[in-house]
Design a binder for this molecule. Structure first.
Ligand SMILES: [Zn+2]
Length: 168
C-alpha cells in the first residue's frame, strides 16, 4: 500500500483513542516506508519527478537500481518480530502498552497482501524465514480508488461519531 494511505489508516485506527495522538499514529503508520525508502528517495528526487511525468509511475521501479541499504532497512522496518521486540522494550520502560505503536504493525499487515513477490514482498518474520506472499499490486488504479474511498468513508464515520458524542 502507498505510504500516505498507511499513515491515514494508522491515524484512523490507532489515533482516535486519546486526544492529540492522531499525528503520532499517522507518522508511525508511515514510518516503515519513510525509514527504509526515505533516505533513498531524497537522493533521487529528480528521477522520481521525471517518472511522474510519464506513464512509468504506474510501474514499480527496477529493483536493481535500489541500493542494498534500502533492502536491509526494509527487512528491519517491515518485520513483525522486530516490531514486537521494540514494542516489548517500550512496554518495559512504560509498564503500559503504547496503543499508537499498533499503527506500525498495521502497516506491515496491510503490506503483506498488497505487495507482489516481484517488488518488495513483506519480510514480516525477518530475521526468521518468511513465506513471502505474492499479493496484489497496490499501485493498480482500481485498488487505489477502492482504498482511498474506504479511507474517506472511515474518516467520515469518525467525524460523525465524534460530533454525535460531543453533542450528547
Ligand atoms: Zn511498507
Amino acid at each position: 500500500m502507498d505510504t500516505l494511505a498507511h499513515g491515514l489508516w494508522g491515524g484512523a485506527v490507532f489515533g482516535q483513542r486519546e486526544k492529540g495522538r492522531w499525528t503520532w499514529a499517522f507518522l508511525l503508520g508511515m514510518a516503515p516506508d519513510l525509514l527504509s525508502f526515505g533516505p533513498f528517495f531524497l537522493t533521487r528526487l529528480g528521477t522520481i519527478a521525471e517518472r511522474w511525468g510519464t506513464r512509468q509511475r504506474m510501474e514499480p521501479p527496477d529493483p536493481s537500481i535500489i541500493p542494498a541499504y534500502v533492502y536491509d532497512a526494509y527487512d528491519v522496518t517491515h518485520s513483525l518480530v522486530m516490531w514486537g521486540l521494540a514494542g516489548g522494550l517500550i512496554w518495559a520502560f512504560r509498564r503500559k502498552w503504547l496503543w499508537v505503536w499498533g499503527a506500525w504493525a498495521l502497516h506491515i499487515l496491510c503490506d503483506i497482501p498488497t505487495h507482489s513477490t516481484r517488488f518488495f514482498p513483506t519480510p514480516f518474520l525477518w530475521p526468521l524465514d518468511t513465506p513471502f506472499v505474492n499479493g496484489a499490486r497496490w499501485a493498480a488504479p482500481g485498488f487505489m480508488l477502492a482504498n482511498y474511498s474506504l479511507l474517506a468513508l472511515t474518516y467520515l464515520a469518525i467525524v460523525l461519531y465524534k460530533s454525535k458524542r460531543n453533542k450528547a
